[in-house]
Design a protein. Structure first.
Length: 116
């Protein structure tokens, strides 16, 4: 059973920072691009945030996030991270990690709340 575990969310003020972590089983992590996604309150669909290639040399971000968010990974640990700086209330969402393209199974996500 695929088990993705996100952590690191919390409540921060506008302009604050958070670092999200994701632990993934090696069998789905190995050799694959990974991504972060988020689901803002009241929205049914998750939206793309960022993706990183297996070797970490190719990174892509959703419009408006590059420069504030940084995705990284640690392959020996089967972990992927999302450093979020200059957070805005519009970044409030539940954040998820998954392979990219995403598989059908999702973790619980981690809640990020940015207060104004």
């Amino acid at each position: 059973q695929v088990r993705l575990e996100e952590s690191g969310g919390g409540l921060v003020q506008t302009g604050g920072s958070l670092r999200l972590s994701c632990a993934a089983p090696g069998r789905i992590f190995s050799g694959r691009s990974m991504g972060w996604f988020r689901q803002p309150p009241g929205k049914k669909e998750r939206e793309f945030v960022a993706t990183i290639s297996w070797r970490g040399d190719v990174k892509n971000y959703a419009n408006g996030l590059k420069g504030r968010f940084t995705i990284s990974r640690d392959n020996p640990k089967s972990a992927v991270y999302l450093q979020m700086n200059s957070l805005e209330p519009e970044d409030t969402a539940v954040y998820y990690c998954n392979t990219y393209p995403p598989g059908s199974t999702w973790g619980q996500g981690t809640q990020v709340t940015v207060s104004s």
